[in-house]
Write a protein that binds this ligand. Structure first.
Ligand code: TXA
Ligand code: MG
Length: 329
């Protein structure tokens, strides 16, 4: 199958609609990462997503809709706090889990009685969703376990020959996946951290819990138990105060002829003064935006990526650390 990469315009949107309506999948840009979308009403199309990605079939998908879509046709029991959060943060990188009405394919939620809904803010995503006017089930558009894609080129690298069309909407500005928030209980609970932080949610909703998955526990959000975000090379992660150890390892490995890279924020990069650096940038938003592209850039040449955690670990960095820890496992 030939994979086309097209900028978003009337023609490519019309093609994307045709593909979706006949049960195919299309890669789409969002403000977080690129998604691999299919019609959420069409079981065969949704199953195709799992097959293409090699995704475990108990890890449910998020349904994406445009900002005027009436989500009360898809889900039930939207609590008051969720309405406030939607008003404050949507469209944007916040996915909200509600009780499902069971109208989309059962394959979307992998048998759970809930449904995760996301209204992305990316202009290209909105245009696509409005044009097809269907709920679109879409995980990140990478091969399962690999680093998520933040450009059309990243999607192409993983899925060339496996899908017909990639809509190219430029670089995803956010860089890490949306915050997934359970809105089925008394208070909202974060299932996956992201750019909309616990502090931001608590400010609007009054309270916000956070679900921490530990091995062996029953996962509320099945995605949390899987290996994820891993580059195709060896990785190791050091704490922010272990830079000396990281540099020592870097020098030892380089001495053995291993191509090693240090992955860290700008402050640590300046302190380290080593040659091969994957610099994630200065503040938490830059670091999130660059994380996946730097991991993908690194894996092209590196035998070993030595990551050093940022000193700041709250706010958006909670999400960054969650991804970085899994990438380096
Ligand atoms: O930013 C994003 O969310 C991107 C873009 C494409 O929108 N999508 C994304 O999808 O990251 P994916 O499939 O890589 O991650 C979906 C996460 C998983 O952790 C999954 O377990 C969780 O959402 N999830 C989906 N439906 C759920 C549900 N009904 N209940 C609990 N967790 C759910
Ligand atoms: Mg993913």
């Amino acid at each position: 199958m030939k994979t086309e990469v097209l900028k978003i315009d009337g023609q490519s949107l019309a093609l994307s609609k045709q593909i979706i309506e006949r049960g195919g999948v299309v890669a789409i840009p969002t403000e977080t990462v690129y998604g691999l979308g299919a019609n959420a009403f069409d079981t065969a199309a949704v199953e195709r997503i799992f097959e293409i990605k090699g995704r475990p079939n108990d890890n449910p998908l998020i349904v994406h809709v445009h900002k005027e879509y009436d989500i009360s046709t898809l889900v039930d029991k939207i609590p008051e706090y969720a309405k406030l959060l939607a008003k404050a943060f949507l469209p944007g990188p916040l996915t909200m889990v509600y009780k499902s009405k069971g109208v989309v394919s059962k394959a979307v939620s992998c048998g759970l009685n809930t449904l995760a809904i996301r209204i992305p803010s990316h202009d290209g995503a909105q245009r696509f969703l409005k044009y097809v006017n269907l709920p679109i089930a879409a995980p990140s558009a990478n091969i399962s376990k690999h680093v998520s894609p933040t450009t059309a080129e990243h999607v192409f690298a993983d899925l060339n020959g496996k899908i017909e069309l990639i809509l190219d909407g430029g670089k995803s500005e956010g860089g890490i996946e949306s915050t997934v928030l359970d809105c089925t209980g008394e208070i909202p609970v974060i299932l996956r951290s992201g750019l909309i932080t616990r502090e931001m949610i608590a400010k609007v909703a009054g309270e916000c819990g956070e679900y921490v998955y530990k091995d062996g526990m029953r996962a509320i959000s099945p995605g949390m138990k899987y290996k994820h975000y891993s580059p195709n090379c060896r990785t190791v992660l050091f704490d922010f105060d272990e830079l000396d150890k990281a540099v020592k390892l870097y020098n030892e490995e380089c001495g053995k002829g291993v191509k090693a890279y240090l992955l860290c924020d700008d402050e640590t990069a300046q302190k380290s003064s080593v040659k091969n650096v994957l610099n994630l940038g200065k503040d938490e938003n830059e670091v999130a935006a660059n994380l996946y592209s730097k991991l993908r850039e690194g894996e092209k040449t590196a035998d070993l990526i030595i990551a050093v955690a940022p000193e700041k670990q709250d706010g958006v960095m909670v999400g960054v650390m969650n991804r970085l820890t899994k990438a380096c496992r």
